[in-house]
Write a protein of this length. Structure first.
Length: 358
């Protein structure tokens, strides 16, 4: 989809302290051979902060940086991978009450790791349709991967999961970057790769840890894993090519590429190989220090590029992600200004006060 007058006006992250991978190996949590192959150096680990509070803190930072008030917003979209602190509870409403206020519609989008990146397209369509009085939308994420149900170090073949919250403000009136295009492509039959042969239970089983490695192995044993790889690769190419074409941009025109903080595949392969760009153009240098913070890698990665002055006005950046299901979203953005954020709100404490009425 080609966009006109859709801007990124603010970004925010809340990340806890990062635990060095070497320490996790010493503690017996992570295998040294896997650590060397996957290439992470540290992973963000929160001890006692609930994911919605991480999202609220990140959202407040993004709002302050955008210079917008709650009445400017007509939508909040919250994405997460795992448990948000309570069952049968509207997380997005809590995050909205703590950021954009009581009267802004708030929705949870559950498309696994691709949730927040795909939400750019959903929120942009909402703003284009002029639903509500506001000209802005807030996209947030928040996750904490805690034992015993989740073992962040070994739950997945390639990824080590980091904790944190992120936020992005979209606006139709201006910002530091223009969204030129987005493309989302899916193959819903690939959801089985995250399900394996597991039965659909009537209630959660707290005694069974989440094991995505086993599920993937079950799915591979029941079919042709090479076909899964080929079909996933087609989705990646299709999303990338469509977004670039609609933005009238070529691969050689890209200044940087924001990728998910997923570990290296077998043989050292990584997303830059699939996207056909040099690794130095990607955000892996940053992602390998945070771990895969669920749906928030792209907000955090773009913020890192701005904070480190790695981009300049006129630069075009590809945001590229995917999530189990399988879905891929690609977005091309053009930097129009590099903001100077003097605040140091990225690390720190979560909000001490609860949203009104909580």
């Amino acid at each position: 989809m080609k966009w006109d007058k859709l801007y990124i006006a603010g970004l925010g992250t809340w990340l806890p302290e990062a635990l060095p991978v070497d320490r996790a190996i010493e503690q017996g949590r992570y295998d040294a051979g896997r650590a060397e192959a996957r290439d992470y150096v540290s992973v963000c680990v929160a001890e006692d902060v609930a994911p919605p509070d991480m999202a609220v803190r990140a959202g407040r930072t993004a709002l302050a940086r955008a210079g917008l008030a709650p009445h400017d917003f007509s939508l909040l979209v919250h994405s997460s991978l795992w448990y948000q602190g309570l069952d049968i509870w509207p997380t997005a409403s809590y995050v909205a009450a703590g950021t954009v206020g009581r009267h802004v519609p708030a929705f949870d989008v559950q498309q696994r790791c691709n949730g927040a990146l795909g939400a750019i397209e959903l929120a942009g369509a909402h703003l284009r349709a002029r639903i509500g009085k506001g000209h802005a939308a807030l996209i947030t994420t928040g996750d904490r991967f805690a034992p015993p149900t989740v073992d962040r170090w070994n739950m997945h073949d390639y990824n080590v999961y980091g904790d944190g919250g992120t936020a992005m403000v979209l606006s139709t009136t201006g910002g530091f970057a223009r969204v030129l295009s987005t493309a989302t492509v899916v193959d819903n039959s690939l959801e089985a790769s995250a399900r394996g042969d597991q039965p659909l239970r009537p209630v959660p089983d707290p005694d069974t840890p989440v094991d995505l490695v086993a599920r993937a192995a079950q799915h591979a044993a029941a079919g042709d894993p090479k076909q899964v790889e080929l079909r996933t690769g087609r989705l990646i190419n299709q999303a990338r090519n469509q977004a670039l074409a609609e933005a009238r941009t070529q691969l050689k025109d890209l200044a940087r590429v924001v990728i998910g903080a997923t570990g290296r595949f077998e043989g050292g392969w990584h997303f830059h190989h699939l996207l056909q760009v040099p690794e130095a153009l990607t955000t892996w240098e940053y992602g390998r220090t945070t771990g895969h913070i669920g749906a928030g890698d792209w907000n955090a990665g773009l913020e890192w590029l701005l904070r480190t002055r790695a981009v300049a006005p006129g630069d075009r950046i590809l945001l590229f992600g995917g999530g189990a299901g399988y879905s891929c979203t690609a977005a091309v953005v053009e930097i129009t200004d590099v903001p100077r954020w003097d605040d140091e709100a990225v690390p720190g404490s979560p909000p001490t006060e609860r949203p009104e009425g909580m």
